[in-house]
Design a protein around this ligand. Sequence first.
Ligand SMILES: [Zn+2]
Ligand SMILES: [Zn+2]
Ligand SMILES: [Zn+2]
Ligand SMILES: [Zn+2]
Length: 324
Amino acid sequence: MSRPSSTGPSANKPCNKQPPPQPQHAPSPAAPPAAATISAAGPGSSAVPAAAAVISGPGGGGGAGPVSPQHHELTSLFECPVCFDYVLPPILQCQAGHLVCNQCRQKLSCCPTCRGALTPSIRNLAMEKVASAVLFPCKYATTGCSLTLHHTEKPEHEDICEYRPYSCPCPGASCKWQGSLEAVMSHLMHAHKSITTLQGEDIVFLATDINLPGAVDWVMMQSCFGHHFMLVLEKQEKYEGHQQFFAIVLLIGTRKQAENFAYRLELNGNRRRLTWEATPRSIHDGVSAAIMNSDCLVFDTAIAHLFADNGNLGINVTISTCCP
Ligand SMILES: [Zn+2]
Ligand SMILES: [Zn+2]
Ligand SMILES: [Zn+2]
Ligand SMILES: [Zn+2]
């Protein structure tokens, strides 16, 4: 079943050219089984709304670009005295008229400004009206986002803002690292040393010990076209006794960069072939949403066994560029 992979450092070796990547959170204590992971992103997965909508307030002056001093003065009236985020509708005030944002309010027993009572809730409809006429800066303005938005558009934009810090792309929630895109690779190399990297656009990702019980992730990196890709194979137990495998490829890069590539995952052997092709996902979007939506190569244990060899599953991973 093994077929030589065409490129890569050890192209002459028959099949096992990939060093065994280590499971990221394998439940079994001893002897980390080596494994490989492949991930797929759906073709539509990179279709992310571009920038958030920009709504001009009355008097124009919305959108990206420099904000006038007067406008800044106006938005600063909405600053929460506790967290310095904006107080947005519904706007509630203390008995004396001080504002605090709704998130902080829930944790407070009295007004942070005057120590007066916060209950009963008094709504400030005039400030709400003003808030609706003002454009607020994106919360990632300090890291470079120049958009200003109507308060109702803010949360949606901030979820997808390209200036939002990147999280560690490793599957599983154990690593809490966040930082810039430029810092992701050095984080991976220092904090996740066990992840192996293969060079070349066509490699074999060998997931060893796929029969390990419980949820397991296999992760490795692939470098080609001047970019780094993360291959993830995740095994989940959807319900008692029924396990599913999810394989996906992520680009260590932005969504826009990811659109320039395509990847193919292929299980091959015993006169059978299973193929999945898609656009890699940006690590900005992460792997969990794709897996939850099955927007990746999905197969069950029976299929895994059709292609596995001695409990090891080889996945051919091919990355290509798609011309714009
Ligand atoms: Zn607050
Ligand atoms: Zn007060
Ligand atoms: Zn933004
Ligand atoms: Zn990490």
